[in-house]
Design a protein around this ligand. Structure first.
Ligand code: GLC
Length: 740
């Protein structure tokens, strides 16, 4: 007899009363069962898991997306276990489900929280149709290292932007009402600091001073919790010698005591047992003890909790009261999700996957995520009216799976529209389109088709190269030490350039690439990340000027891999380089003195500036910023400052611009970044139109953790900028003065 009510009428007791009631009925084994998440993929999940579910030893399953199997797993839990507690059903719904949106790094380039929220909403409703009620997203690790494969899943290098967009994803997944059909529980991951893995090598060590942890890496997680996220996932990584999955400072002091988080924490895959591999513990039992003591409520795969926690409690090494608190966290989320009232999935209650709204959302997201990095001689947009022939060349022009990017277990490539297909749709009726793939994959070293590529380029009005990385070259465990275009792509570019016609490059990748070896051989570059299901039509619309590119980089592009980490919000150092520092190593006189070329923070062979800066992105329009002003020269604690500038579209086409607000705190009791993003607005301007872009800055917006780990806003001078990238020079100043 299932004790947990499964009536359709909403239970009138409060959530806490229901939690306490259930806990009071549970045996220790059943409590630990709620803390146990197991893999449930494949057609035989029922046979494999039935007995454990009947015994109350499983609280959650992951990776089952057959709705019939999911409903049967739920039925076993509800009708055949003693307490009838329904299951959480987890899946990595990272950037779409059947309809695939741009990778999160691409979505971040839209700087559009509403769009990001819509993408998550579509993904949630498509996943919910299969019984998934919990996604392991958003991934909000801050990273400045494009060698790291998981940068593809991230929202970029900036804590402010990642906080805003990560929160929007949480809202999209969880909806306005978590208990409504189509809403699924979100999971902010990976808590915390995973993006700082040494050399960008996945799973490697991280060492992050607490001040940097609080001022950068923790911020998006606090924002996600403020946005209502109900679960967090611990990181695999070792943080300052204590792996996140065994780190009580993170999971109890910061998350519970400081932030009052009342959802639950799940480990990453088998990361509890990995504590022994890290060398923090001797064996699985010790790992279970370390993780539960640190505050990991649920173990994902691994089985250390279910096998060892009961005995650890019976031996008095773990207090059952602590287990009760952790199980309460899990039950609280199940109740908030409405799982006891509505545990089963009826797919017909949700719209079909890949519907018009889903595809339109994917299209809008792709349109707003593609960054125009370079556009010499107005090579773009192409004029369909003036073209007679176009050469389409490269391994990414017609690759319906590759354009989806990483983490697309459930993506439907049948829905993909490739750039080649879209170009044919737009201009195929009156322009001769020649196509040579030239390379089987992005890593191919065979160049026997390069002659054919060069030939069609020479015979056409323009050559459009589709280059980049296949999907497999980014994502988890797919870091690269060399982030040039893979394979012989650079040679392909050289051969096509030699044909003597205009060359446009469209690059799809899961990370920033070092493009210095091709940048001068192409006239324009559209960087599309992995743009998802509708990447083709979006890229075609941008190529032919049906829409203007409007995306801005959420991450810095280094000139060469040796510059990493390189990011806009760096510290000034005591010996900052100056613009005239940029030299070329070949220009150095062999007899030059040791102090020649200045003693400052730069590389002899790379200077100190990136190839493309955070916030960079060109348009087919032209935007000018003028008359930056503040509402006051001095403000006091608690005041709000208005900052504004005039923005004019001096171009010939209507377009969106993402205006950005940056601040520098010139002096602090810890050194402060030379610039920090504090606001942005996406605005649509017609040719000739001028608007006043206005931002508000409250003194709390300028707070930072000082050397005593206190969140403070100090008096002193601040610089403030408004512009179209982090390289903007339109600057003014204001002061915060001590209150009288
Ligand atoms: C993976 C990832 C994590 C993911 C989980 C479940 O190893 O690190 O992000 O959610 O396992 O697939």
């Amino acid at each position: 007899m299932a004790i947990a009510t499964n009536n359709k009428q909403a239970d009138q007791r409060t959530i806490e009363q229901r939690v306490e009631y259930l806990l009071g009925q549970m045996t220790l084994a059943e409590k630990v069962g709620q803390m146990n998440q197991v893999e449930s993929g494949g057609d035989h999940a029922i046979d494999h898991l039935r007995h454990a579910i009947q015994a109350g030893h499983i609280g959650s399953v992951l990776n089952q997306v057959d709705v019939e199997i999911v409903n049967e797993l739920q039925r076993v839990a509800i009708d055949e276990s003693r307490l009838g507690i329904p299951l959480l059903v987890g899946r990595d719904v990272i950037h779409g489900f059947k309809t695939v949106m741009p990778i999160p790094l691409g979505q971040a380039a839209s700087w559009d929280p509403d769009l990001v929220r819509d993408c998550a909403r579509v993904a949630a409703r498509e996943a919910a149709r299969t019984g998934v009620n919990w996604t392991f997203a958003p991934m909000i690790d801050i990273t400045r290292d494009p060698r790291w494969g998981r940068i593809a899943e991230s929202l970029g290098e900036d804590a402010y932007l990642a906080s805003e967009l990560g929160s929007a994803m949480v809202e999209g997944f969880q909806g306005d009402d978590l208990g409504s059909i189509g809403s699924i529980v979100a999971c902010a991951k990976h808590f915390v600091g995973y993006g700082e893995v040494e050399s960008g090598r996945d799973y490697a060590t991280t060492n992050i001073p607490e001040n940097e942890l609080r001022n950068v890496h923790l911020r998006p997680f606090k924002a996600a919790i403020d946005a209502g996220v109900h679960t967090l996932m611990t990181s695999f990584s070792d943080l300052d010698g204590v792996p996140a999955t065994g780190n009580g400072f993170l999971l109890r002091q910061v998350l519970r005591e400081e932030w009052g988080f009342d959802g639950f924490v799940v480990s990453d895959w088998d990361s509890v047992r990995q504590l022994a591999i890290h060398g923090l513990t001797e064996n699985d039992a010790a790992s279970a003890l370390a993780a539960v003591t640190a505050g990991v409520d649920m173990e994902m795969a691994g089985g250390a909790y279910i096998h060892h926690l009961p005995r650890l409690v019976q031996e008095g090494l773990v207090d059952e009261a602590m287990i009760d608190e952790m199980v309460a966290n899990i039950l609280r989320v199940k109740i908030r999700l409405g799982l006891f009232e509505n545990p089963y999935t009826n797919p017909s209650e949700l719209p079909a996957v890949g519907n018009e709204h889903a595809l339109d959302t994917a299209m809008q997201a792709a349109l707003r995520s593609v960054v125009l990095l370079k556009n010499d001689h107005h090579a773009l947009p192409l004029s369909a009216e003036r073209l007679t022939s176009v050469a389409v060349i490269g391994p990414m022009a017609d690759a319906p799976y590759e354009q989806l990017g990483t983490w697309v277990f459930d993506g439907d490539t049948q829905l993909s529209v490739t750039p080649l297909q879209a170009i044919r749709d737009i201009i195929g009726s009156n322009v001769d389109i020649r196509y040579v793939r030239a390379m089987e994959t992005s890593r191919s070293r065979r160049n026997d088709a390069f002659d054919a590529a060069a030939e069609i380029a020479g015979d056409s009005d323009v050559a459009i190269l589709f280059l980049g990385e296949e999907s497999i070259l980014s994502g988890e465990a797919h870091s690269r030490a060399d982030i040039n275009l893979p394979g012989d792509q650079a040679e392909l570019v050289r051969r096509v350039r030699a044909a003597g016609k205009p060359v446009v490059a469209v690059i799809m990748a899961g990370r920033p690439l070092t493009l210095s070896n091709i940048i001068d051989q192409v006239d324009a570059i559209l960087f599309a990340w992995h743009p998802g299901t509708m990447g083709g039509p979006a890229i075609a619309d941008l190529l032919f000027g049906i829409e203007s590119p409007s995306a801005k980089l959420p991450v810095t592009f280094p000139r060469m891999v040796g510059q990493i980490p390189i990011y806009y919000s760096q510290k000034n150092t005591g010996k900052p380089p100056s613009p005239d520092t940029i030299i070329h190593i070949d220009d150095i006189d062999p007899k030059a003195s040791q102090t020649s070329h200045g003693l400052t923070a730069f590389h002899l062979d790379a200077g100190y500036t990136p190839l493309f800066a955070f916030g960079h992105g060109l348009s087919y329009a032209r935007f000018e910023y003028r008359h930056l002003s503040t509402s006051a020269a001095e403000i006091r604690h608690g005041d709000t400052l208005q900052v504004s500038a005039e923005l004019t579209n001096t171009g010939k086409v209507p377009a969106d611009e993402v205006a950005q607000l940056y601040v520098r705190d010139l002096v602090g009791n810890v050194t402060r970044p030379v610039k920090e993003l504090k606001g942005y607005k996406r605005l649509r301007l017609d040719p000739g139109q001028t608007v006043v872009v206005e931002f508000e800055l409250h003194t709390d917006d300028l707070a930072f953790y000082d050397r005593h780990m206190q969140l403070v806003t100090e008096p002193g001078e601040f610089h403030v900028w408004i512009g179209g990238s982090s390289e903007t020079e339109l600057r003014t100043a204001f002061c915060i003065v001590d209150s009288d």
